[in-house]
Design a protein around this ligand. Structure first.
Ligand code: OGA
Ligand code: MN
Length: 298
């Protein structure tokens, strides 16, 4: 059986059916998924049953895996998942208990509620993220922990020409400590802080899969090189506000067994609220981009 690609929006989100991701991936299906990623940026697969190893093996078909930085910034605690090729996006501790309200890892994880793209704070940033839902909380009126995605290619296209000229060639500094600092989460050791130093990334880049220009933004971005901090920060805030207007945003309501792939090079995402005393167990594999955005054609 071959796969079916059903667009949910013309150029941003598609659902893929007719495939069991736990099985070895036929080359034709791999290529069809890659083509769909390049076109749509967000792909949704329902009703999958994956172990961590199967999720990692599937992800590896789309690029080298970016080892998670979670262990580097949470030293001295027990981690729940065995491999650093998979990031723990749950609200569970190393013993699979719901994290205490003031647990450092919970506070760090809450920064996923800020608009961001994965691993833009690493010199070689993330390319694709593949997030799989093991346990999803019920939506009993206060939200079920949905995820929102913003289309940064469409947002770039919609900018006034004057803004496009102004931001062409600009470089922002990204640091994971900047996004955490916005939530006043600062309890990191000197070694943890030193493990993830700030890195420069272009604000406008060319998305390799489609050849389209795109914004590249995240709450990790603190300022623009060569500009007073305040001006650069205001510019970044304005661009994020522009890019997250409703017409550019898609909301995914999770079901257990969903796997969602997104392309970090041309999207942002954020988690939405839910009752964090309930279990939400999602796990993510991210692939590595080819190089820093500074080394890629803009
Ligand atoms: C992530 C992330 C959002 C969510 O996995 O990178 O930001 O809704 N997740 O859990
Ligand atoms: Mn993320």
């Amino acid at each position: 059986m071959s796969i079916t690609v059903t667009p949910l929006t013309t150029e941003f989100v598609a659902e893929i059916s007719g495939i069991d991701l736990a099985q070895p991936l036929p080359a034709a299906d791999r290529d069809a998924i890659q083509a769909a990623i390049d076109r749509y940026a967000i792909l949704v697969f329902h009703d999958q049953k994956l172990t961590d190893d199967q999720q990692i093996a599937f992800s590896r078909q789309f690029g080298p895996i970016h080892a998670s930085a979670q262990r580097a910034r949470h030293t001295g605690i027990k981690h729940r998942l065995a491999s650093n090729e998979i990031a723990d996006i749950s609200n569970l501790d190393g013993d699979s208990k719901v994290l205490a309200p003031d647990a450092k890892r919970r506070l760090d994880w809450l920064a996923n509620r800020l608009w961001h793209t994965d691993a833009s704070f690493r010199a070689v940033p993330g390319a694709l993220s593949l997030l799989y839902a093991h346990v999803v909380p019920d939506d009993d009126g206060d939200g079920g922990g949905d995820t929102e995605f913003a289309d940064l290619r469409a947002a770039y296209d919609a900018l006034p020409d004057k803004t496009k000229r102004e931001i062409d060639g600009l470089v922002a500094e990204h640091s994971i400590w900047h996004s955490r600092g916005q939530l006043a989460v600062t309890k990191y050791t000197p070694e943890e802080l030193a493990s993830l130093p700030p890195v420069p990334q272009r604000i406008v880049r060319r998305h390799p899969g489609s050849g389209r220009k795109t914004l590249y933004l995240a709450s990790h971005a603190s300022h623009v090189l060569g500009m007073p901090i305040a001006d650069g920060r205001l510019l970044l805030l304005d661009l994020i506000e522009h890019a997250t207007q409703r017409p550019f945003v898609h909301r995914h309501c999770w079901r257990q067994g969903d796997l969602v792939i997104w392309d970090n090079r041309c999207t942002m995402h954020r988690a939405r609220p839910f009752d964090t005393t309930k279990v939400r167990d999602l796990r993510r594999v991210t692939t590595r981009d080819a190089a820093s955005t500074l080394e890629q054609a803009a």
